[in-house]
Write a protein that binds this ligand. Structure first.
Ligand SMILES: NC(=O)c1ccc[n+]([C@@H]2O[C@H](COP(=O)([O-])OP(=O)(O)OC[C@H]3O[C@@H](n4cnc5c(N)ncnc54)[C@H](O)[C@@H]3O)[C@@H](O)[C@H]2O)c1
Length: 282
């Protein structure tokens, strides 16, 4: 798929991976439609700092809310060039970032919140973006012929901890496993309307969240211990380039791409260290 002239919704578009992806899409001649929960003024300031700010659109959107998502998509379809919506990069997600507790049941509330944003939100974004893409064509009836044109592509952000959820990602990990399942089911369901769906699994990416508290130090040790090569954090553009590959290569479908330098997730008790005493739990 050639990105020139095409528009992509980027949820969590003001975040680190979202904005890195948006700027490559725009560099390649596309339009970046950013959806995020942050205020308009924050978005305006960020967009003004990008090259070609006129190629960006912003809609303050909570991706867990169907009505708000629908209203944002309707409004965006009126602003971008007619027929130019070709997909989404779904980055918006949360992680609770709470300390370890003694009982799994302490995590029930977090589990509900995280599932709502990361799992239900992914289903909602994929479904409504697919509807918005298809709304640009004559209506399809329920048992329509399979279309032959490539109408679009969606990339969902999972995580390496969605592939193998460890104890310290008790709620976030399984929510990202849901992203893998939704990706495969959506790819199969949307195939007749010419829409591909893939997922990306980053490991540790430099982001504002990572910079808080002792997280960097904690994860640097984990990377040193369990990454293959290179043993360092990933930069947002390194994830964005992998996302662009999935957007551009029309043969990529129902695929989960790990961008993790061979990082392995384990809860290690090595060298007499109790992993539960570490500072980070999600
Ligand atoms: N950063 C990492 O180390 C890492 C690792 C693995 C996976 N991921 C995944 O990559 C994706 C992007 O991560 P990032 O590092 O850019 O995070 P980030 O925190 O920089 O960006 C996430 C953005 O999502 C927005 N958001 C949160 N809830 C929302 C909602 N309900 N509606 C709309 N927007 C909402 C936030 O405002 C924020 O701008 C996420 O899905 C994350 O789980 C990140």
């Amino acid at each position: 798929m050639i990105l020139d002239g095409k528009a992509f919704v980027i949820t969590g578009g003001l975040g680190s991976i979202g904005s890195a992806t948006a700027s490559i899409i725009v560099e390649k001649g596309g339009y970046a439609v950013l959806f995020d929960i942050l205020p308009e003024e924050t978005a305006k300031a960020k967009i003004q700092a990008f090259d070609q700010p006129e190629k960006y659109f912003y809609s303050k959107t909570d991706i867990t809310n169907k009505e708000i998502m629908e209203a944002s998509l309707t409004s965006i379809l009126q602003q971008i060039p007619k027929g130019s919506l070709f997909g989404a990069v779904h980055c918006a997600a949360v992680n609770p970032n709470k300390p370890w507790t003694s009982k799994m049941s302490d995590k029930l509330e977090d589990f509900e919140t995280v599932l709502k944003v990361n799992a239900y939100g992914t289903f909602l974004v994929d479904a409504l973006v697919a509807d918005a893409i298809n709304s640009q064509y004559p209506p399809l009836d329920v048992f329509h012929e399979r279309v032959t044109e490539e109408r679009g592509v969606i990339v969902n952000l999972s995580s390496v901890v969605g592939h193998t959820p460890p104890a310290r990602c008790l709620t976030y990990g399984p929510s990202k496993t849901c992203v893998l399942g939704i990706t495969e089911a959506a790819a199969d369901f949307l195939a007749p309307s010419g829409i591909r769906v893939n997922s990306i699994a980053p490991a540790l990416v430099v982001s504002p969240l990572m910079a808080s508290g002792d997280r960097m130090k904690y994860f640097q040790d984990a990377v040193e211990g369990y990454s293959m090569f290179p043993r360092r954090f990933t930069t947002p553009p390194e994830i964005a380039m992998a996302i662009i590959f999935l957007l551009e290569n029309s043969m990529m479908n129902a695929f989960h791409l790990k961008v993790d330098a061979g990082w392995r997730q384990i809860t290690s008790w090595a060298n007499g260290i109790d992993p539960r005493k570490s500072v980070v739990v999600e």
